[in-house]
Ligand binder design. Structure first.
Ligand code: AHG
Ligand code: MN
Ligand code: MN
Ligand code: MN
Length: 367
């Protein structure tokens, strides 16, 4: 039975996706897309794991500023190309959106250069859209601190569902409007999401909306092997994960909540410990397995926080909810937010259901 397949560790990611496709739980196109994600993850793992041995090519700054206003690392650019091209060669994607691309780009086969959305050659071939952060936590990569990749997959909306707000559709052709509308979907429309953690081990965690499954790269056979058939986040933890260097800038409810739980004055009367590595994928993977709460809240400088909704907040919130956790901005559910921009930022507070509920009470009282 399929559940037996899931319970067996030793099943490879390839086999798992084939079993899902055989049972009609995913279609062949999605199987092909995950085949390419798996290959790209192995290539990026190798690049990250060996970067210090090829410092000139792989470490340090690219010398460019990306659309986020960040100094791009060489590996930001290289991993973006690896992921983009792996996806494009499936021929199953209409559009790709990445942290490292100004605009959504053409997802069609053989697109060796980013074909800007706003060009007429845009050929919409596939029926899926992939949004991704090719290298998350890249400021850590020169020091060998864990980094990751985050991805989400949407289905192309039907033309009828493609109404964009007027200010967004201005000057766009029919085709381009469909492409942008397909990209700017709320997290609740995701059909799949996942992340890769490049750390002491290389972990790939994914969801197709039927629970969360974890795989570990077995380098001796070059395959991701199932190691966590069904990940459920503990309902309550005792770790908080946030950059408390900004606590003076946070909105009041967040500041009060953190001060309460770290003093042991919260609902569990236990003082919480701080664990924060500054790589969202690493901090969230630990939260998913150990329980507790991760937050990149709004602050006085950034009312929408720092994390990007489309390819960081939404995929991670989908995974968290699928694992029995919760994900809010403070006031609303992250998955309900319709993006109005590819790189729109959103405050993110996610983790164990009881911890997130406790935090939300501080926001509700502040209303
Ligand atoms: P990225 O490297 O993809 O730009 O993302 C970095 C993010 C995220 O990984 C992490 O949680 C956060 O930046 C850390 O920000 P601070 O250094 O401000 O805490
Ligand atoms: Mn970045
Ligand atoms: Mn990131
Ligand atoms: Mn990144």
């Amino acid at each position: 039975e399929f559940e037996d397949v899931c319970e067996q560790t030793g099943v490879t990611l390839s086999r798992y996706c084939i079993e899902l496709a055989n049972r009609g739980k995913i279609d062949e196109d999605l199987n092909s897309i995950f085949n390419s994600i798996r290959e790209a993850a192995k290539v990026i793992a190798k690049l990250v794991n060996t970067a210090p041995l090829q410092q000139a090519e792989l470490l340090g700054l690219q010398g460019e500023i990306n659309v986020q206003g960040e100094d791009q690392k060489k590996l930001d650019v290289i991993t973006n190309d690896v992921f983009k091209n792996a996806l494009r060669y499936t021929g199953k994607l209409g559009t790709l959106a990445s942290e490292e691309e100004d605009e959504p780009v053409d997802g069609s086969v053989g697109g060796s250069e980013a074909i800007p959305l706003l060009s007429d050659e845009f050929a919409d071939t596939g029926k899926y859209i992939c949004v991704f952060d090719p290298l998350d936590g890249s400021s850590n990569v020169d020091a060998g601190i864990p980094v990751g990749t985050i991805f989400g997959v949407f289905e192309e909306p039907s033309p009828a569902e493609c109404e964009l707000p007027a200010d967004l559709s201005k000057g766009l052709s029919e085709e381009q409007q469909r492409c942008l509308a397909g990209t700017l979907q709320p997290g609740k429309s995701l059909v799949a999401a996942g992340y890769v953690l490049y750390s002491a081990s290389t972990e790939l965690v994914l969801t197709f909306g039927q629970g969360v499954v974890g795989f570990t790269l077995d380098t001796s056979i070059g395959e991701f092997v199932m190691t966590r058939p069904s990940i459920q986040i503990p309902p309550r933890g005792k770790i908080y994960s946030a950059n408390t260097g900004n606590i003076g800038e946070w909105d009041q409810p967040m500041r009060e909540y953190i001060q309460t739980i770290r003093a042991g004055k919260g609902e569990t009367d236990t003082p919480y410990s701080l664990r924060y590595i500054g790589s969202m994928v690493g901090d969230i993977h630990r939260t998913l397995l150990y329980g507790g709460i991760f937050a990149y809240p709004a602050d006085n400088k950034n009312q929408d926080g720092k994390l990007r909704l489309l390819y960081e907040g939404a995929p991670m919130s989908f995974i968290m909810e699928q694992a029995g956790g919760k994900a809010i901005t403070g006031h609303s559910r992250v998955l309900d937010i319709p993006p109005v921009g590819v790189h729109q930022r959103v405050p993110v507070i996610l983790g164990s259901a009881e911890d997130v509920e406790e935090c939300k009470k501080f926001f509700d009282e502040s209303n």
